[in-house]
Design a protein around this ligand. Structure first.
Ligand SMILES: [Zn+2]
Length: 144
């Protein structure tokens, strides 16, 4: 299976977001949400469709995540949360850097590594615990 790239993760995220907020996602909506060109969207969608993560409904040309796509995105969102918490609470990185770094590597995290980090942030040491909060919002913009 072809692997997801950082930018393709953002396409999945955008499609999911648009479906939740507007009830549908067209290529043009994705382009404006991510601030990319229509042709960039077309290329990315081609890859995502061939990876069976996204399906296009005709004749409306609206896009939806497949069950597999949704599963991958949930997993990546979870990794993002784990990483950004870890970076803030244990590395004392500020919000901006923690978010940016987590966003760049969220799709690369192995399950066993995510589990280990989760164990650490679940039982934080000393003062680190106070810095952990649940208000982590995934950035819409792409850090490239
Ligand atoms: Zn990202």
């Amino acid at each position: 299976m072809k692997s997801l790239t950082h930018s393709r993760v953002h396409y999945l995220w955008a499609i999911n977001e648009l479906n939740e907020k507007k009830g549908y996602a067209r290529a043009i909506d994705i382009a404006s949400l991510l601030g990319v060109s229509r042709s960039a969207v077309c290329i990315a969608l081609g890859h995502l469709k061939s990876m069976k993560l996204v399906i296009e409904k005709l004749p409306e040309h609206t896009l939806k995540l497949t069950i597999l796509g949704k599963k991958q995105l949930d997993n990546i969102d979870n990794n993002f949360m784990i990483l950004s918490r870890f970076f803030k609470a244990f590395l004392n990185l500020d919000e901006e850097i923690a978010t940016k770094q987590a966003c760049m590597i969220e799709h690369l995290l192995l399950e066993e590594v995510a589990k280990k980090i989760n164990q650490i942030i679940d039982k934080p040491l000393g003062s680190s615990s106070e810095k952990i909060n649940n208000s982590i919002v995934k950035p819409g913009k792409m850090y490239d």
